[in-house]
Design a protein around this ligand. Structure first.
Ligand SMILES: [Zn+2]
Length: 960
């Protein structure tokens, strides 16, 4: 292929060799419609197709978000209810999703399998250009919003997938901060609107307007198509052309008129906290300002470098100044990029309204002083090093990472290459260090008051109740005008919707979807070899992999002798490593050195289930890190230093970190309550489950929030423990691991103390608590998460490959239709892990108690499923696909370590794959025993708002 070539309706406009990506970038234009297409021709086996449309909101109804969901609910060629779901169930995709951002909507899919890739591409093309939304208005009612009303019900409620999703999203104070700030900074621009939809405004959206927006924006001329990897070019282009060429070129211009900077303004809004929470020190303040144009990538990146320098740790100059004066509990500075006019946001967490002026004065004084004394260029240089590392080591699938970058320029008709590469940018930034670029930028960001939007969010104990009352009032007003006919029509619409949702697609319709056959799956399994060696007396695992100049190491310290009551303390103490000073470095110096030398790092408690019994486990402190080869020994030195030399003697520092830790966990219980509910319910069934709960679950939250509240009396115990923790990092406890192409002499490099001669226990045994009544954790937000957990050995079973398929059938079949589609929850699933744990969860669920009943009824569904003629092949294919996830070399190494620890061999993986491929549908009947009456052997935990659990009798209730 060369420039000017014409093929399948496209003309090749430009081609560039990109050394940095070891790839060629091809730019093509569709002759008839003017659609732009880019192909990054690299050697990657994973093939990606993505189509993006520029979608500019002109209200808060979330119309583009609702469209994103809705076009995936059936199309002309594939008129099944949920092709999206059928693809998840039946393909070997390595990625399948869709995104709505503030100004674009994108549909990316990828697969390693060629046939699968073409299938997925075709279904996505048909979805975006020929969706069923025109013929079936129920799709809009299901995904967007509806009056939910059934015979016998007094008054309607609002329901809808996006409606519920956004209610959940609005429960986070950060979401509200962003929404208010966008409105203040962009009063005349699409960015002033909530592109996902404001639950208060979603019901303003009409079906007609929804369709109009699709007609206008989902047009080839308004699209950008991105291909990545070893794609079959001719077939792909001809497929794309077969859709595009149905259209004429559109002359609609979707230009974003730049927002004129606003006059400085301050606004106040309430946000919800729990009815019994103390509002003291809970005000949130944010200050926003437009920074530049999308094309100034250097400036945006420079701001994030400054942010890391000024506020990256509690000891960083600006953050330190704020914390020392006790003005706020935390402060951050970020650039909100990915839009035509990126802006900066300076955020103060947990403060008082009265602190606004002192906060601003402190910022100014500190920045002026820094500028006068001179900023630490060496530290900025370390931040740039770290940035260079992270830009080179993106997570898989990397094609997705690249489409997310490319839109940053391409959607505004800029050069698609602009955000794809990073070498030039890094060089420019290093060059900028020599002059006063960063100083001028600091002045602009912090000393210039013009065009700033100041937002003060005041905690309100009544807002949750007020919002519900307001919604009820609105519903009442709207329905007051209904005639008897209107009421009937609404009930009928709901009945039609229920019927449509409950009637499975006919086999004939299902047959329209392109599918893989079992014979399309190749036999290769992905397996990372482990070579077991010794360095002196210490066992070392080596995984030889090509890692592009990055070295990865792991240290696992066996701690099976630790008392259970110390786990929460240990978890907290480990989380402080790297954020406290050491014997030889201040926090700032330490972090500077780490940024320069350590790429990724993680230090956690790692419980591993023991095959001998559920009440036993092996327990490690897992320390993993990566670094550029040339910095590896510097990284080792630093990791050693934080393990052995961290000082726990600065109360003020510890107190501040602790408060931030409590706040972080508080927010994640509200935002990711499902994982807390699962850990909580899972603690009864295995020692590893019990430890996970103590280390990362609600128990850990309780421990750290109590410690923070009673710091003066309780901190001694913690600090003594943390100081003694260093004695755990010895050679006697150690297992080493390395992943890369070069091996290092890790043991001598680390030079850890030997440790005393006492035998280190190999396993830890604990007395498991019996599960009792269902538990609830009440949160100050109207969102819920419901979990029910158990374990295979409760039912006398052992894990085998069949459970992967069972998980897939329940998650994407039964639970999806009952809990997501009918119940309106945003997410749900069932899992049965190799470790033997078992359970259900729901995510942002409007009716958690109903979901628990759905879990209970699984046996009935399973029987019906086995008796039905729905084939199981597609579930087998997707389960095999999921079992072979794309992973970075670092992740492969860590997974191989875990496999070695539990004694999982390549033969086991082959066996599991065999069990999946050979599954007979009838085999699943055996698993009915896991549900129905046997559901009493599950523990239940619900994280929810007060209203979702009106009758708390018989429940064990705790409050956040
Ligand atoms: Zn969504």
């Amino acid at each position: 292929m060369k420039v000017q070539d014409q093929l399948y309706g496209f003309t090749v406009m430009r081609s560039r060799r990109v050394e940095e990506l070891d790839a060629t970038l091809w730019e093509l234009k569709h002759d008839k419609t003017g659609a732009n297409l880019v192909w990054l021709d690299n050697a990657e086996e994973n093939k990606l197709f993505a189509i993006a449309f520029k979608t500019l909101p002109s209200d808060d109804t979330g119309v583009f978000h609702i469209l994103e969901h809705s076009v995936l609910c059936g199309s002309e060629k594939y008129p099944v209810k949920e092709p999206f779901l059928d693809l998840i169930k039946g393909s070997m995709n390595t990625f399948l999703n869709a995104f709505t951002s503030s100004d674009w909507t994108a549909y990316p899919v990828s697969s390693k399998n060629r046939k699968d890739f073409l299938n997925l591409t075709e279904v996505y093309l048909d979805a975006v250009f020929c969706p069923m939304i025109y013929r079936n208005p129920l799709i809009f009612r299901q995904e967007g919003w509806r009056y939910s009303l059934h015979e016998g019900e007094e008054s309607p409620t609002y329901n809808g997938v996006v409606f519920n999703e956004m209610k959940g999203s609005f429960s986070s104070v950060d979401t509200q901060v962003m929404n208010h700030l966008n409105r203040m900074l962009f009063p005349d621009s699409p960015y002033g609107f909530v592109s996902g939809g404001d639950p208060e405004k979603i019901p303003d959206l009409t079906y007609e307007h929804f369709l109009d927006m699709h007609r206008e924006f989902y047009h080839p001329t308004n699209s950008r198509i991105y291909l990545d990897g070893q794609i079959p070019l001719e077939e792909t282009l001809s497929l794309i052309d077969s859709y595009l060429s149905r259209y004429e070129k559109s002359d609609k211009q979707h230009e974003i008129i730049p927002q004129k900077p606003v006059e400085s303004l301050t606004r106040e809004y309430p946000y919800a906290i729990g009815a019994e929470e103390d509002p003291k020190q809970r005000t949130q303040i944010a200050i926003g300002k437009i920074l530049c144009d999308w094309s100034d990538r250097k400036k945006q990146t420079a701001v994030s470098i400054l942010a890391s320098y000024l506020m990256g740790s509690n000891d960083a100059p600006l953050k330190k100044a704020i914390l020392e004066r006790g003005l706020a509990q935390d402060v951050s500075f970020d650039v909100m990029d990915g839009i035509a006019q990126p802006y900066t946001i300076l955020q103060f967490q947990n403060t008082e309204k009265e602190a606004l002026e002192p906060l601003k004065a402190t910022i100014k004084a500190t920045v002026s002083e820094l500028l006068e004394k001179g900023i630490d260029k060496d530290e900025l240089s370390a931040v740039i090093d770290h940035l260079a590392f992270s830009m080179k080591s993106a997570e898989e699938p990397r094609g997705i990472y690249r489409i997310m970058r490319i839109v940053n320029s391409w959607i505004y008709d800029g050069d698609p290459l602009m955000y794809l590469t990073s070498d030039d940018l890094i060089a420019e930034l290093r060059e900028a260090l020599k002059g006063n670029y960063f100083e001028l930028l600091m002045e602009e960001c912090f000393l210039d008051d013009a065009h700033k939007a100041e937002l003060v969010m005041i905690p309100s104990r009544t807002k949750t109740a007020e919002d519900s009352a307001k919604e009820a009032e609105r519903l009442k007003n709207e329905t007051a005008e209904w005639s008897e006919e209107d009421r009937k029509a609404t009930i009928e619409m709901n009945e039609r919707l229920d019927a449509w949702q409950q009637t499975p697609d006919s086999e004939e319709l299902k047959a329209t979807l392109p599918k893989l056959e079992l014979s399309d799956i190749d036999d290769e399994i992905s397996w990372t070899e482990t070579e077991v060696t010794k360095e002196k007396d210490v066992t070392k695992l080596i995984h030889s992999l090509q890692t592009d100049g990055i070295a990865n190491a792991g240290l696992y310290f066996s701690i099976c002798d630790i008392p259970m009551e110390d786990i929460p303390k240990l978890s907290l103490a480990l989380s402080f490593l790297g954020d406290l000073p050491t014997a030889s470095h201040s926090v700032r110096e330490l972090q500077k050195e780490m940024k320069r030398s350590v790429g990724k790092r993680s230090i956690t408690i790692l419980p591993i289930r023991d095959p001998e019994g559920a009440d036993k486990c092996r327990l490690y402190i897992a320390v993993t890190f990566s670094a550029l080869e040339e910095r590896f020994y510097d990284a080792v030195k630093l990791i050693r230093e934080i393990l052995l030399e961290t000082r726990f003697d600065d109360d003020e520092l510890i107190k501040a970190l602790l408060k931030q830790e409590v706040e972080g966990m508080y927010q994640s219980i509200i935002g990711r309550g499902n994982s807390f509910a699962m850990t909580r319910a899972g603690r009864y069934f295995s020692a590893s489950g019990a430890i996970s709960e103590l280390a990362n679950g609600f128990s850990e939250y309780r421990y750290i929030s109590n410690l923070s509240n009673q710091y003066e009396t309780e901190s001694r115990k913690f600090i003594t423990f943390a100081e003694n923790m260093k004695s755990l990092f010895t050679e006697r406890r150690l297992l080493l691991s390395e992943t890369g192409s070069i091996t290092h002499d890790l043991l001598s490099a680390f030079d850890l103390p030997k440790g005393d001669d006492t035998e280190i226990k190999k396993t830890l045994q604990i007395a498991l608590e019996p599960a009792g009544v269902p538990e609830a954790i009440l949160i100050p937000a109207p969102v819920s998460y419901a979990a029910a957990c158990s374990s295979l050995n409760q039912f006398g079973k052992r894990y085998n490959g069949r459970f992967n398929i069972l998980s897939s059938i329940l998650s994407y079949g039964y639970l999806w239709s009952e809990i997501r589609v009918r119940g309106g929850a945003y997410g749900c699933g069932f899992f049965a892990s190799e470790g033997g744990s078992l359970g259900f969860y729901s995510y942002r669920d409007p009716s958690p108690l109903r979901s628990v009943e759905v879990y209970r009824n699984t046996a009935q569904f399973l029987k019906e499923y086995v008796e039905s003629d729905e084939p199981v092949d597609s579930y087998i294919i997707s389960s095999v696909g999921q079992y072979e996830k794309l992973r970075t070399p670092r992740q492969k190494g860590i997974d191989a370590d875990l496999a070695w620890m539990i004694g999982k061999s390549k033969e086991d993986v082959v066996q599991i794959r065999k069990e999946m491929l050979n599954l007979k549908k009838e085999d699943l009947l055996e698993d009915c025993e896991l549900f129905g009456d046997a559901f009493d052997r599950y523990a239940i935990c619900v994280v929810c708002g007060e209203e979702q659990l009106s009758n708390q009798e018989g429940w064990k209730v705790e409050r956040l």
